[in-house]
Ligand binder design. Structure first.
Ligand code: DGL
Length: 270
């Protein structure tokens, strides 16, 4: 890559709009970078799909982002990062960063002598064992307690963040983690940072690890090392989705904090 590549945008993708939590962390940390986001809103959720399907969808999105001349790709979706990162890296001419490794690094940054932690995520992420594999590489003494929480994504998408039913469902999943005596908990799904406040109220002893902030930190480091930082760019954010639904603007505000101006629909695959 050459110096002029720094002007190219960073591509960020997710199965839907949940990855806007990662996009907003990147936008806050690197306000000058031009960002292109693709949310596969027509085919969400990925968290209950097979590895083969998630790989196919992720590679289709990579192809799309490459047509936008991106200099770097961030797989903001934990499920895609867990199931398709290797294939994305093999196919991509530009670097690809997932969110699993930043989540584990955030834990190591907090305390590299940690010997026990928990991770909550979608079924497919947990089944893939990606967090365990990454932890055994980066924090070999860590024993990780994993728990799939399939009800959390639909509940968050309904905007149920602080209701009684939210607390009941969280207790159903997290009481077991509390009983295990776990203190550090990785939020291994794009949507879960929105539950931080409620989880902290119910389980004040948990130290919640949010991979979106750490992903932005890793991206910044990597862009700097590769001499690709575009901090003098004009910080434009373009949003592409595979479907625009009725609740689209509500979801956008839920995950990004505000509505993004430019939204374009793009149909991928069949
Ligand atoms: N983006 C997904 C993840 O982080 C959650 C939503 C889905 O299941 O597609 O795992």
């Amino acid at each position: 890559m050459t110096q002029t590549d720094a002007h190219r945008p960073v591509g960020v993708f997710d199965s839907g709009l949940g990855g806007l939590t990662v996009l907003s962390a990147i936008h806050r940390r690197l306000p000058g970078e031009n960002l292109i986001y693709f949310g596969d809103t027509a085919r969400v959720p990925y968290g209950s799909k097979s590895k083969e399907t998630v790989i196919r969808y992720s590679l289709e999105i990579l192809e799309f982002l490459l047509t936008k001349n991106v200099k770097y790709v961030v797989a903001a979706c934990n499920t895609a990062s867990s199931l398709a990162l290797q294939e994305l890296r093999e196919r991509s001419p530009v670097p690809v960063l997932g969110v699993v490794e930043p989540g584990v690094l955030a834990l190591a940054r907090y305390d590299d002598t940690i010997d026990r932690a928990g991770v909550i995520a979608t079924r497919s992420t947990i089944r893939s064992g990606a967090y365990e594999k990454t932890a055994s590489r980066l924090l070999p003494s860590l024993s990780l307690f994993s728990k799939a929480c399939p009800m959390l994504v639909p509940m968050i998408e309904e905007g149920f963040l602080r209701k009684n039913i939210t607390e009941l469902i969280l207790r159903e999943y997290l009481d077991e983690i509390e009983r295990e005596g776990i203190r550090h908990l990785i939020l291994g799904c794009t949507h879960y940072p929105l539950l931080k406040e409620t989880i902290t109220r119910l389980y004040p002893q948990f130290n919640l690890i949010d991979s979106s902030e750490e992903t932005a930190v890793q991206l910044e480091q990597d862009l700097t090392e590769k001499k690709l930082t575009g901090e003098k760019n004009n910080g434009r954010v373009n949003l592409f989705v595979s479907d625009i639904t009725d609740s689209f603007r509500d979801m956008e505000k839920l995950f990004f904090g505000s509505a993004l101006h430019s939204v374009e629909k793009v149909v991928l695959g069949w």
